[in-house]
Ligand binder design. Structure first.
Ligand code: ADP
Ligand code: MG
Ligand code: MG
Length: 247
């Protein structure tokens, strides 16, 4: 079943047309990998979905309802959360882990929310992402991998339908990446839609169930990962001519 669909998405920055007409659909239970060479427009497409950028044209529907996503608040209201590459911009390093993780819950929850309660909620959320840190610890003491997990914990403190991760493993060790994948697989089981931007083919072949490739403003490949070869993905990313040249 299609949960999310983006149709004919267009976006320019000044004279530069980055997205010329992108169609992108995500079904329930999918881990959808978004690929493309550097500058292909992956982050731009996802920032349109997260409301960070406003699209020039195109339609976004979630559960068959058309969405007006013009601001991050619109996306959040629709249950779409984004884990940005720059994790620090999405967290407050002067606060504790507990305060960061419960930020959403605290704002939308009851007016009176004791520290004890907040600590307990944070502990449960950290559990769900496999983090065994003390919630009272300052966020500034966390590693990048831990901050990413804190950001995911914060995202799932609400009943989200989608989580978008922009190159989440770019700065992680293999072990940290494997931990992140197990968290994502757990979310997948809970029917949270996952969109995942990455350059790393082996990772994509392992984790994703579907791939979409962007090139020159259009989708050049969209199919089940199990039906793709790595070579086919690389060809769609770079174009046949360049691949021949490299061979
Ligand atoms: P990718 O994530 O696939 O590497 P991006 O979506 O970041 O690509 O960028 C695609 C193109 O759009 C690039 O040429 C980039 O310079 C341009 N671009 C992205 N965001 C902006 C912006 N805020 N202002 C101007 N140009 C931008
Ligand atoms: Mg890039
Ligand atoms: Mg990018």
């Amino acid at each position: 079943m299609t949960i999310l669909s983006l149709t004919s998405i267009q976006k320019s920055f000044g004279e530069q047309i980055v997205l010329k007409g992108v169609d992108f659909t995500v079904n329930s239970g999918e881990v959808h990998a978004l690929l493309g060479a550097n500058g292909a427009g992956k982050s731009t497409l996802m920032k349109i979905l997260s409301g960070d950028y406003e699209r020039d044209g195109g339609i976004i529907t979630l559960n068959e309802k058309e969405l007006t996503i013009k601001t991050p608040a619109h996306a959040k209201a629709a249950g779409i959360e984004m884990v940005v590459q720059e994790v620090d911009t999405a967290l407050v390093s002067s606060l504790s882990i507990a305060e960061n993780v419960t930020m959403n819950t605290f704002i939308t929850g009851p007016a009176f929310f004791s520290w004890k309660k907040r600590y307990k909620v944070a502990q449960e959320l950290l559990n769900r992402v496999g983090l065994t840190l003390d919630p009272a610890m300052p966020l500034s003491q966390c590693s990048l991998a831990e901050k990413q997990l804190v950001l995911i914990a914060k995202a799932i403190s609400r009943n989200i339908s989608f989580i978008i991760l922009d190159e989440p493993t770019a700065a992680l060790s293999t072990k940290e990446a494997q931990h992140l994948f197990s968290v994502l697989r757990e979310l997948q089981k809970q029917n949270v839609g996952i969109i995942y931007i990455s350059h790393r083919l082996p990772e994509i072949m392992e984790l994703s169930t579907k791939v979409t490739v962007l090139k020159d403003g259009y989708v050049t490949l969209q199919k089940e990962t199990s039906a793709c070869t790595s070579e086919e993905i690389v060809r769609s990313m770079l174009g046949n001519e360049l691949v021949e040249l490299l061979n």
